[in-house]
Design a protein around this ligand. Structure first.
Ligand code: HEC
Length: 122
């Protein structure tokens, strides 16, 4: 009898654990997807798309392609450009644009995630 109760408690514990694990993995997936969707949205609404192209392949030879670039590098470059730590005639195209220049760190992170995961299709 005692053994049955112990077994019951144990199986209840295992089932709850499995449930919690499933729930957290679903919510992690959701927030990942949400992050990427936001990244795509900011990429458009912050005008990045006009120069760096819909799929992160730039529209001009002196503009860099961003698709598939390392996420951390992308975020660092945008921050450096916005703060004018990386500055030249071409970065002015980004810093002189009030919408591009007004991007937050969270938006930069979301855009970087989007660009690094972008699927290039022809
Ligand atoms: C008006 C055109 C224009 C817009 C809009 C623009 N960029 Fe750029 N971006 C450039 C150019 C040109 C460079 C290259 C600067 C250089 O030569 O140093 C650049 C450089 C970069 C780089 C560095 C790439 C590397 O390989 O080092 C990143 C990252 C970047 N842009 C992201 C963005 C993001 C994110 C946005 C939107 C918030 C954006 N850009 C909006 C023109 C633009």
């Amino acid at each position: 009898m005692k053994k049955t109760i112990q077994l019951c408690v144990l199986s209840f514990f295992i089932v709850s654990l499995a449930f919690i694990m499933a729930a957290t993995s679903i919510s992690a997936q959701d927030s990942n997807q949400a992050g990427e969707q936001n990244g795509e949205k900011f990429y458009m609404t912050k005008f990045c798309i006009t120069c760096h192209g819909q799929k992160g392949i730039s529209v001009a030879p002196n503009y860099p392609n961003l698709a598939k670039q390392n996420e951390q590098y992308l975020a660092n470059q945008v921050k450096d450009i916005i703060k004018k730590k990386r500055a030249n005639k071409l970065t002015l195209l980004m810093t002189e644009n009030p919408i591009v220049n007004n991007i937050s760190d969270e938006e930069i992170a979301a855009v970087a995630t989007h660009l690094t995961n972008i699927k290039i299709t022809k």
